[in-house]
Design a protein around this ligand. Structure first.
Ligand code: NAD
Length: 421
């Protein structure tokens, strides 16, 4: 089994179990949280460019709506499976609760290789998938957003599809839209910006000077590329980044702006073929083991595992990706004194600005970038402080502290609402 094909929902529920014991979670509420509220599998027939019909499989899962409408991204990847979507939906529930955004957790995905589809095929797939999940999504029910291999253009197609079927413009149906279609300033950069803010918050707590630190970033997509750029602009020297094409290492610090310019026009927006003086190409696995202060996994889940955790040399892990560290790895890292800022905190910037976008869309009243970035920083820093304080107080990891806060908030909401009927 490939390392990222582990049963992700089992892993997510392992994490919940640990926390349930720590906070003495009511067994009834624990049982409610152990399964998603709703799981939908849809067949997505698409007329391909050669005239033939191909049927793809898509999913939408809503884990828990106790605190508000569900919210979560849509992923296009061959590795998408129901267990992964369920896990990602549960992580969204905890993330929204932790940062106190009034949403529940959802996630969606389509099993496909978007790089093998023409633009027309991608659009038809998106529109049919959107129509397929329409019975359960909605401006006040479940609001999708971009995730791996999906972007603003795809969100625009979803908004248009729902709008055409409903006969009105539904600005609040999806976030991460193009700015011109009701998207929010700062949304594209929000997750990477949040990773940078979390890194600086941690270094500040530890009394470390960001300019004296080095960083390695796994993944150079939406999250990784922005995180690498903003880190390099705010102190830490980014010495390594990777994408699916390989890992690129320059002990003197990479020219992240040069790399960003390169991927604008490269094939599939990959770093393959990128060159700069002093740079070496290393293996993607080795990037995770570099002797740096800060490691940012910002690609896929289950990258730091029981197999490589003992070899990690970074002192701090800031989780840009969802679920990049397995529970086995967590124990090893904790034992070794490596601090991990968990995904539900470190990458929450995306859902926070998605929330701003949703609010702006529902009101058709748009904010300036300064306000967005300020409010994002405030929310993330307040949440960081809450997690840090509880972790110190209870002598637990930041992940356990974050989960304790998040699961308690969700449990409280379920308790207050009661069980229908
Ligand atoms: P993306 O598709 O834009 O980028 C993914 C990147 O990872 C690409 O550069 C790809 O080449 C690279 N990659 C894939 N496999 C790799 C490997 N084995 N080694 C190194 N690089 C590899 O996706 P994204 O939106 O940046 O999402 C990345 C992660 O962040 C995912 O776990 C996602 O769920 C999470 N996340 C995204 C957002 C968001 O706003 N986009 C918000 C929160 C969390």
């Amino acid at each position: 089994m490939e390392k990222n094909q582990k049963d992700m929902f089992v892993m997510a529920m392992q994490q919940l179990k640990i926390v349930a014991e720590k906070i003495n979670l009511d067994s009834g509420i624990y049982n409610i949280l152990r399964q998603p509220e709703r799981e939908l599998t849809v067949a997505v027939p698409v007329k391909m460019d050669d005239g033939k019909i191909k049927v793809f499989t898509g999913f939408r899962v809503q884990h828990c709506s106790a605190r508000g409408p569900c919210k979560g991204g849509i992923r296009y990847d061959l590795g998408v499976n129901l267990s992964e979507v369920k896990a990602l939906a549960a992580w969204m529930t905890w993330k929204c609760a932790l940062v106190n955004i009034p949403y529940g957790g959802a996630k969606g995905g389509v099993i496909c290789d978007p790089f093998q589809l023409s633009e027309g095929e991608l659009e038809r797939l998106t529109r049919r998938y959107a129509a397929g999940i329409m019975p359960i999504i909605g401006e006040r029910k479940d609001i999708p957003a971009p995730d791996v291999n999906t972007n603003a253009k795809i969100m625009g197609w979803i908004m248009d599809t729902v709008s055409m079927i409903e006969g009105r413009t539904t600005l609040g149906i999806v976030t991460g839209k193009p700015i011109e279609l009701g998207g929010s300033l700062g949304r594209r950069e929000a997750t990477g910006r949040g990773v940078m803010i979390s890194t600086l918050n941690l270094l500040k707590k530890l009394g470390l000077d960001p300019r004296q630190t080095t960083a390695a970033v796994q993944g150079f997509g939406n999250v990784g590329s922005v995180a690498a750029e903003l880190l390099s602009l705010n102190g830490p020297k980014v010495v390594a980044v990777s994408d699916i094409s390989g890992a690129y290492y320059n002990p003197n610090g990479l020219d992240i702006t040069g790399m960003l310019n390169y991927v604008q026009t490269s094939k599939n927006h990959l770093l393959a073929g990128y060159q700069e003086a002093g740079m070496q190409i290393i293996s993607k696995d080795d990037l995770l083991l570099l002797d740096v202060a800060v490691l940012v996994p910002a690609a896929l889940e289950n990258q730091i595992t029981g197999e490589n955790a003992a070899l990690i040399r970074a002192k701090f892990i800031i989780e840009g990706a969802n679920g990049p560290t397995s529970p086995e790895a967590d124990l090893i890292l904790e034992d070794r004194g490596i601090i991990a800022v968990p995904d539900i905190l470190a990458n929450a910037g995306g859902v926070i600005v998605s929330y701003f976008e949703w609010v702006q869309g529902l009101q058709s009243f748009f904010w300036d970038l300064d306000r967005i970035n300020k409010e994002l920083k405030n929310i993330l820093t307040r949440s960081f402080d809450e997690v840090w304080t509880l972790a110190q107080e209870k002598k637990v990891s930041m992940r356990t502290a974050a989960y304790m806060i998040a699961v308690s908030k969700v449990a409280d909401a379920i308790g207050r609402r009661g069980v229908f009927p």
